[in-house]
Write a protein that binds this ligand. Structure first.
Ligand code: CP
Length: 317
């Protein structure tokens, strides 16, 4: 593995190594947070052209727990406003000593361009590009599901786990990466959305599609993953159905959660629109693992950095 760009670029072996390495790292963090010395003296840059709370801070926390130094770049307030290109921005950060770039960009394909254009020669980790991919989110989602449903999870896949992914699939890079990864791991995925929030060509994705949330909940899925309505990616006319109609047909509330059954884990990649795709009652219920997803994200990102940069050095607490 030279970069982390999307799920389809990973082999099955690389996926299992990422999940199992995250499991080993999580074990070192279980009681007290421990900084591991494996990447001391190495430097990472987070390069964000779009806003983020979880992904950026999670990668920065992961780097710090591996003893790395972090350079933090945001397009907002930078020389991007003066017209500086992605190439010149990346070369500037590498010239300051960055040995890996964590890139979030509004343009689908920007991280791949950086990885393949020959502008810089460091690992590129995609932290979310347009509507294309968010591989570290998918890995932390799979890791969270595996930890909940599979005893002794090392080396195990998600064969037979039923996952419903609900909401704004059209604009969701998380949905694309999750469908790709969960399918590769043997889970059965059903996407649930109104037709207006599904992308063209959805019939070619390796999953089922439903317009009826209540019908899917009645099948008692193992996981109900709610997605954010991405207002910022809608055109100026807003979205159809209206927020009220959407909430009524596709919002997860306490009644719907009860119909899904006690086995159902409630997941959300964040940030949540409380009161739209999910009520506070559902988001804060004992079945919700939203904060656990965030915790697991640090282990997954530590694993990705370790595998890309540590070149076989032992993980030791
Ligand atoms: N899940 C996720 O990508 O959240 P942020 O936008 O806060 O990074």
């Amino acid at each position: 593995m030279k970069h982390l760009l999307d799920i389809k670029s990973l082999s099955n072996e690389e996926i299992m190594t990422l999940l199992d390495t995250a499991e080993a790292i999580a074990a070192t963090q279980a009681r007290t947070i421990k900084t591991l010395p494996v990447l001391r003296g190495h430097t990472l840059a987070t390069v964000f052209f779009e806003d983020s709370t979880r992904t950026r801070l999670s990668f920065e926390t992961a780097a710090e727990r591996l003893s790395m130094d972090v350079i933090s770049f945001s397009a907002k307030g930078s020389s991007v406003s003066k017209g500086e290109s992605l190439k010149d921005t990346a070369q500037t950060l590498v010239s300051m000593g960055s040995e890996a770039l964590i890139v979030r960009h509004n343009a689908s394909g920007a991280p791949r361009r950086l990885a393949t254009a020959g502008w810089v020669d460091v690992p590129i980790l995609n932290a979310g590009d347009g509507t294309h991919a968010h591989p570290s989110q998918a890995l932390l989602d799979a890791f969270t599901i595996r930890r909940h449903f599979i005893d002794d999870p090392l080396g195990k896949d998600l064969q037979g786990i039923n996952v419903a992914i609900v909401g704004d699939i059209l604009h969701s890079r998380v949905a694309r990466s999750d469908v790709s990864l969960l399918n590769r791991l043997g889970a059965n995925v059903t996407l649930v959305a109104p037709p207006t929030l599904l992308p063209m060509g959805i019939e070619t994705w390796p999953c089922a599609v439903s317009f009826d949330f209540d019908e899917v909940l009645a099948t008692q899925p193992d996981v109900v993953m709610m997605l954010r309505i991405q207002h910022e990616r809608m055109n100026s006319g807003g979205f159809f159905p209206s927020a009220k109609e959407y909430q009524r047909a596709y919002g997860l509330d306490a009644k719907r959660l009860k119909s899904a059954g006690e086995q159902a884990l409630v997941m959300h990649p964040g940030p949540m629109n409380r009161g739209l795709e999910i009520t506070a009652e559902a988001a804060d219920s004992p079945q919700a693992v939203v904060t656990e997803q965030v915790t697991n994200g640090v282990s997954i990102r530590m694993a990705a950095l370790y595998l890309l940069l540590a070149h076989g050095e032992e993980i030791s607490a």
